[in-house]
Design a protein around this ligand. Structure first.
Ligand SMILES: [Zn+2]
Length: 365
């Protein structure tokens, strides 16, 4: 069986027999790339400045940089993988991957990121499960691109979630890989990787939260600081939700109560970041969702939604498909503000608007 893979030297996609990949072969698209890679490792010439050799310079606005960092804190991953678990002794078996995965409907934002970073590839992933949406991935696997673009980018636009820990280990392992002559390099990296929160492969996904928690407390000392509202809009594009809760309530004139609910949900490990977010907005509260093992930052007060949340996202716009949900949320908020939700005609309009939202929230009517 042939599978699509990415050349470890030039980043180009090519087909390889799966068995070969499992053996640790099939890392390069051509002999030329294999030789160039060997040469690069031997002579430590990966800093030859990839971008300027292509006549490009990385120009990314601070606003978009902070936005990307927020989005990656939600949906990105730093992965170190090995061709085989049993044999970790060969250098060529280590693969470094930076991945940002969103639903297919959000491929536009991934293309914008690819254009801004001037590297990486976009993949589409078909989901077989019934209610799973097809995904789109932005992936960087070329060592030169990782070393010259991805690492400097996240050194400048700092992550604030538990992904910061993964990033630090990823960066350390990549530097080790590029700088060490040790024949035992793969094994050394394999050991370092075990402290990553997200791990390097699927078998490590179910890592105990308690374990990760103590690691993050060590690494992320003090409170994460939010320097830019664009970081928040990136994080919310990944992990936020604007929902409109409609319930029967005889205390209201039309017999229906309409409530705005803004939430940001993060794994339990990221409670500190949520607390920072709550202080940043100066409203709302945080509760624990046991079923999802996650903390939820929640703003339900109409006043806070109108005075703080909505003006914030007018100023720091969302860029992924969640901006459509936000537009409807805002429209419904305006209807409530002028008391239209107390009339039957107003309620009908709110129902129609709400039906167009992608995510209506768990408490759907
Ligand atoms: Zn190649």
């Amino acid at each position: 069986m042939q599978v699509l893979t990415t050349c470890q030297n030039c980043g180009k996609e090519f087909l390889v027999i799966k068995k070969e990949l499992n053996r640790g072969n099939g890392r390069f698209c051509s002999r030329k790339c294999s030789a160039a890679f060997g040469n690069m490792i031997r002579n430590k010439v990966w800093k030859k400045n990839l971008l300027s050799s292509q006549g490009k310079t990385l120009e990314i606005s601070d606003d978009f940089g902070h936005y990307i960092s927020g989005l990656v804190d939600g949906e990105g991953s730093f992965i170190i993988s090995f061709a085989s678990k049993e044999n970790q002794s060969y250098r060529t078996q280590v693969r470094f991957t930076f991945k940002l995965e969103l639903t297919k409907a959000d491929d536009e934002i991934l293309k914008l990121i690819q254009n801004a970073l001037l590297c990486g590839r976009i993949h589409y992933v078909k989901r077989k499960e019934d209610n799973a949406q097809d995904a789109c991935r932005f992936i960087v696997q070329s060592l030169a691109e990782l070393n010259e673009v991805v690492i400097p980018f996240f050194d400048k636009f700092k992550l604030k979630s538990s992904k910061l820990l993964d990033y630090e280990i990823f960066k350390e392992c990549l530097a080790l890989y590029l700088n060490s002559d040790s024949a035992d390099i793969a094994r050394m990296i394999y050991q370092k990787r075990t402290s990553m929160n997200n791990g390097g492969n699927k078998s490590r996904k179910k890592l105990d939260i308690g374990e990760g928690m103590s690691q993050v407390n060590v690494v992320v000392q003090g409170k994460p600081h939010i320097y830019s509202g664009h970081y928040v809009s990136g994080l919310v594009d990944g992990e936020g939700c604007f929902s409109v809760i409609i319930s029967r309530d005889s205390n209201y004139k039309a017999g229906i109560r309409v409530k705005l609910h803004f939430t940001v949900t993060l794994a339990a490990i990221n409670l500190k970041l949520l607390t920072t977010l709550k202080n940043y907005f100066g409203c709302g509260n945080i509760y624990y969702n046991k079923a999802e093992k996650a903390y939820v930052y929640s703003v339900q007060s109409f006043k806070d939604n109108i005075n703080r949340i909505i003006p914030f996202f007018d100023r720091y716009p969302l860029r992924a498909k969640k901006r459509k949900d936000f537009a409807i949320y805002k429209e419904i908020a305006n209807l409530i503000r002028v008391k239209r939700h107390l009339t039957e005609e107003g309620i009908a309009k709110i129902f129609a608007l709400r039906a167009q939202m992608e995510e209506r929230g768990i408490n759907a009517y």
